[in-house]
Design a protein around this ligand. Structure first.
Ligand code: CP
Ligand code: NVA
Length: 315
């Protein structure tokens, strides 16, 4: 076990509101430096281990490119290509990788896997998505709002947010973000697909008193007057066998032009991608003027560089 304190990013609860806002300031600086072609090699000589037990395009590439641009190096480890897939205990992998690398990103199924890695690894561990949460994605989403609507949008009484669809890992990280920052978030989920009760309970108990969280049953109730609409696939990774049942349950939960018509005039639409056009979102909304999804995807790179700097710079 480590002697010196290390910081992990397992969920957004690992950041305070002030730390999140500082992270967005630094993200904006890093984005500017990159656009100007100015070097920012703050992690020269550092190596990031990346354990992926699920597929990924954005998370994998943005972390790898991010480390490269910060002057460091990333090593990608798939379940099949390593001893993890042959049953080597996580606690052993955590200590071995911790001896070689300065940080570890992990994408997996159970959240307990990330927690166990963090417990045994002597270096910072970052959650690159679990069944419970996706903090790096929601940091990029928040930064995208910060850029487009201004920092005041992320203050209590600022923008009004809604979530349309599954009460899944993405919804959970949005709930945590709203609680920490004191935001107003309405979630529309079909019956049986609510967010985890413990996630909601913690948000209500430990969150900023100015946060407003509600779960409603129809997209119309959630989207009315909102300035930001977020959605995600109906069946997440690992739920592929439920696709048909979910298509039935989520009927009417599509972010389409009609729903946008009920939201604020300048509403922005977010989707973490990959998207299933014609299911949770229409082609015209995804490609339309209200959509920020491709900037949102780009911002994964910038925000994660700020996260990596913060966690890996010391030591
Ligand atoms: N949004 C997201 O995490 O994408 P990937 O699954 O491609 O990493
Ligand atoms: N909820 C989705 C997010 C993908 C980035 C999943 O877990 O598959």
């Amino acid at each position: 076990m480590p002697n010196s304190p290390k910081r992990d990013l397992l969920s957004l609860w690992d950041l305070s509101a002030a730390e999140m806002r500082a992270l967005f300031q630094r993200t904006a600086e890093l984005k500017r430096l990159r656009a100007r072609g100015e070097p920012h090699r703050s992690l020269a000589g550092k190596t990031l281990g990346m354990i992926f037990e699920k597929a990924s395009t954005r998370t994998r590439v943005s972390f790898e490119v991010g480390m490269y641009e910060l002057g460091g190096h990333a090593v990608y480890l798939s379940t099949q290509g390593t001893q993890i897939g042959r049953g080597e205990p996580l606690r052993d992998t955590a200590r071995v990788l911790g001896a070689y690398c300065h940080g570890i990103v992990v994408r997996t199924f159970g959240h307990d896997v990330v927690e166990e890695l963090a417990r045994f690894a002597p270096v910072p561990v970052v959650n690159g998505l679990t069944d419970l949460s996706h903090p790096c994605q929601v940091l990029a989403d928040l930064f995208t709002v910060w850029e487009r609507l201004g920092p005041a949008a992320l203050e209590p009484g600022g923008a009004r947010f809604c979530w349309i669809g599954d009460g899944n890992n993405m919804a959970h990280s949005w709930i945590e973000a709203a609680a920490i920052l004191g935001l107003d978030l309405s979630l529309a989920c079909p019956e049986g697909y609510d967010p985890d009760a413990a996630v909601l309970a913690r948000a209500r108990k430990d969150g900023d008193w100015r946060a407003h969280l509600e779960v409603v049953r129809t997209p119309v109730e959630a989207a009315r007057g909102r300035s930001v609409i977020s959605t995600d696939v109906w069946a997440s990774m690992g739920e592929e066998s439920e696709q048909a049942a979910r298509e039935k349950a989520f009927k009417g939960f599509c972010v389409d032009e009609q729903l946008l018509g009920l939201a604020a005039k300048s509403v922005m639409v977010l989707h973490c991608l990959p998207a299933h056009r014609g299911e949770e979102i229409t082609e015209s909304v995804l490609e339309g003027p209200h959509s920020s999804v491709f900037v949102q995807a780009e911002n994964r790179l910038h925000v994660q560089k700020a996260v990596l700097e913060r966690l890996l710079s010391s030591g």
